[in-house]
Write a protein that binds this ligand. Structure first.
Ligand SMILES: Nc1nc2c(ncn2[C@@H]2O[C@H](COP(=O)(O)OP(=O)(O)OP(=O)(O)O)[C@@H](O)[C@H]2O)c(=O)[nH]1
Ligand SMILES: [Mg+2]
Length: 335
């Protein structure tokens, strides 16, 4: 399965507001017979503004509302009073969404922060009232600008579907292999480091037709939070996963140390990552003979105690069914 299958799309039609007309008005007052021009400016039309909202997780709300029109500016009036501005319309958009121009495919913006605002379409400018056009030769201009019309645009929102489980581990830990054995995804797998350069997602079919989404990301190395290896580029992908699976290969000398390095990289990047539910998984158990397996099992028990931990092999399939059960429970505890 490719990444493309996990992207949700929606098309929206946007119309910004027309600018109000400038006013043609000549000042009139008792005792002043011939006042000058005093027609005010039209108000600008409303903008259409995209706004990042961290409480939204899907594009679902747009299934019911696809047209957004901003308000028109009001016309100017006498005494140089400007027309009111047309009402701006804000479209709340989940974080991690790309906004593209539907007809050209051009990227307009990426919404990545709560409160981030981007004007997608400007409202038309209000026309200038006739008092702007007064000159020595033209004392009483009977002309004012019309407002500029609003614009129309069709945009496409593209959002990466959130993964329920994020795989965290050093390069070569076997993350992609695990994804490939639990899902129909076909990530690249190789015996060298940094085989995976961008996240892969797969759907884990679970019993009774249930399923969850697992994300495989590039390997983490010490210093990743400061940009070593593939750095920040990938850490942001696990910020949005419900559960973390720390994968540590069984040819690691010090499993506890490896786990601590992974945790401290995540912590340095974003301490909230440590609040997520997680499980520590020793991979490649097929490389161990029974005696070594027992040794690792008791070492993990001693180091991790009640923290969720287990041993698996993607090659021999050992532990994979239990792993799915445990992940399912952790995901549901997190929700
Ligand atoms: N014996 C054995 N080898 C495994 C197992 N899982 C993965 N491997 C091997 O370990 C190597 C690395 O596997 P990958 O799945 O590419 O590791 P990764 O964690 O995705 O690595 P990066 O993408 O570089 O971060 C490959 O040669 C795999 O064949 C396993 O369960 N048993
Ligand atoms: Mg990989």
């Amino acid at each position: 399965m490719t990444e493309g299958n996990f992207v949700d799309y929606v098309k929206l039609n946007l119309t910004s507001g027309n600018g109000g007309k400038g006013s043609v008005h000549l000042h009139r007052e008792k005792y002043i017979t011939k006042g000058g021009p005093d027609g005010g400016d039209g108000g600008r039309g409303g903008h259409i503004i995209a706004r990042g909202n961290s409480n939204l997780w899907t594009l679902y709300s747009f299934k019911f509302k696809r047209h957004f029109s901003a308000g028109h500016g009001e016309h100017g009036s006498k005494n140089r009073s400007s027309g009111a501005q047309g009402e701006d319309v804000y479209i709340d958009i989940p974080l991690g969404t790309l906004i593209k121009n539907s007809s050209t495919g051009e990227l307009i913006a990426e919404i990545s922060e709560a409160g981030q605002e981007i004007i997608l379409l400007e409202g038309g400018l209000g026309g200038r009232g006739n008092w702007h056009f007064k000159s020595s030769t033209r004392q009483t201009p009977r002309y004012a600008q019309p407002g500029r019309p609003g614009e129309e645009l069709e945009i496409t929102l593209e959002m990466k579907v959130l993964a329920d489980v994020g795989l965290v581990g050093f390069p070569n830990a076997g993350k992609s292999t695990l994804l490939a054995s639990l899902t129909a995804a076909k990530p690249k797998i190789a015996e060298y480091e940094f085989t995976t350069l961008k996240p892969n997602l797969g759907i884990v079919e679970y019993r009774d037709f249930r399923s969850f989404v697992m994300a495989d990301i590039p390997g983490i190395i010490q210093g990743a939070a400061q940009g070593k290896g593939l750095g920040h580029y990938f850490l942001r992908h696990i910020e949005r996963n419900a559960v973390l699976l720390y994968l540590i290969p069984s040819d690691t000398n010090d499993v506890k140390k490896a786990f601590e390095v992974l945790r401290s990289e995540l912590q340095e990047y974003n301490p909230e990552l440590l609040d997520k539910n997680y499980i520590i998984v020793l991979s490649k158990s097929d490389l161990l003979d029974d005696e070594l397996k027992r040794e690792y099992a008791s070492e993990m028990k001693a180091n991790f105690g009640d923290l969720p931990h287990m041993m698996i092999s993607s090659v021999s399939q050992e532990g994979l069914i239990e792993l799915k059960d445990r992940l399912w429970n952790l995901i549901n505890e997190s929700n």
